[in-house]
Design a protein around this ligand. Sequence first.
Ligand code: S3P
Length: 436
Amino acid sequence: MTLSFQAPRGLSGRIIPPPDKSITHRALLVAGIARGRSLVHNPLNTGDCVSTRSCLRSLGVSIKEIRKGQGEFSLEIEGRGLWGFREPEDVLDAGNSGTTARLLTGLLAGQKLFAVLNGDHSLQARPMLRVVEPLRSMGAEIQGRNGGRNLPLVFVSSSKELLPIDYRLEVPSAQVKSALLFAALRAADTVRIGGAVASRDHTERLYSYLGLPLRREGEWLSVQPVTEVPRFELTVPGDISSAAFFMTGALICGKELLVENCGLNPSRLGFVEVLKRMGARIEIEEQDSAGGEPRGSLRVLPGALRGVEIQAAEIPACIDEIPLLAVLGALAEGTTRVRGAEELRHKESDRLAAVDRLLSAVGGRLDVSEDGFNVQGPQALRSGLIDPKGDHRIAMSAAVLSAGLSGAVAISGFEAAEVSFPDFVGMFRALGGEVS
Ligand code: S3P
């Protein structure tokens, strides 16, 4: 489906972003290994999180939808305990979702069952050895295509206990960290994970909320095994990474935006920090916390933007927002430089190549390197047609880019946005934009 986006009067108003994708995945998966019935309120109920749900169902976890008035939506999950998964009859399909594939790998490692995990074409190309290798060193028998580098992966039933390891992450990835934190609950002794502090810490917060034995010592996390994970109830806040699209849209056309009921976990606020350095005025109000996750509102006020430098250490806290920094950089005054972002080459698509294509399509220019880019602004951009190659974040970055130019941006295959943002088009319209 090719859609054309334009915002002749800019994008402004008030939004409640869709529920946080990362927190929803974790809540579902941990509820699946908990003992008894858990309740997850306001879960993301689209693409990637539906993949997690369907994998859990295939493993025997019963999940019931509960709908109440005014769009209230919850999931009731009947956990099967740490060792209680049923052997799946068919291949587990993680769809387009890297989080489903990697986190589930941690839950399946060392189980007494046979399982095959696969995903779509994009996911089959993404690196899996980063989770497979440390789990193998814990004694899990995992085979896979290309020696375990790619899906499909095969989990072989094991009678051995998972061994405790001290493992330093090679990539500062929250998905790898979480896979190991999941496997650690079933290990024979304490598992220690180093280099773990930079990336999003939703799993750690959920463990603390549930009273699971997790300790932080400098840049190391240590987890002791448990016999049981307690059932729980939790409300998922809005996703800052989804809000980021409309924050960008408002900023590049000089309008105001209020984001309400949004997750404010500091490990996800890297984008907001960069925006402030670019000269944006953003007022943050923390209102409460749910399941160990702070929640509140952000008010984005209009202001002139200037180029900034983003270094490797900052990348994990804004990893999903880097395509938006390319958009902002092209319209800000001066040069924006991103370094140490080679991980972007391993997302749903090669996002460094994608931002290059994105800006070229609207008559702009960006200099891409192995691990980042330089973009000089402000550039005079014009209408164009973009193929996001099935990558949801590239599709939505292209859509909000239209708020910074006088014409329209046409995007092919826009349905890709569904994997993380169910009603992006409706929200774009509600903020004053036009979609045809
Ligand atoms: C995620 C972690 C990030 C992020 C992805 C979701 C998560 O990946 O890009 O969209 O929920 O753990 P890495 O931390 O593996 O880079």
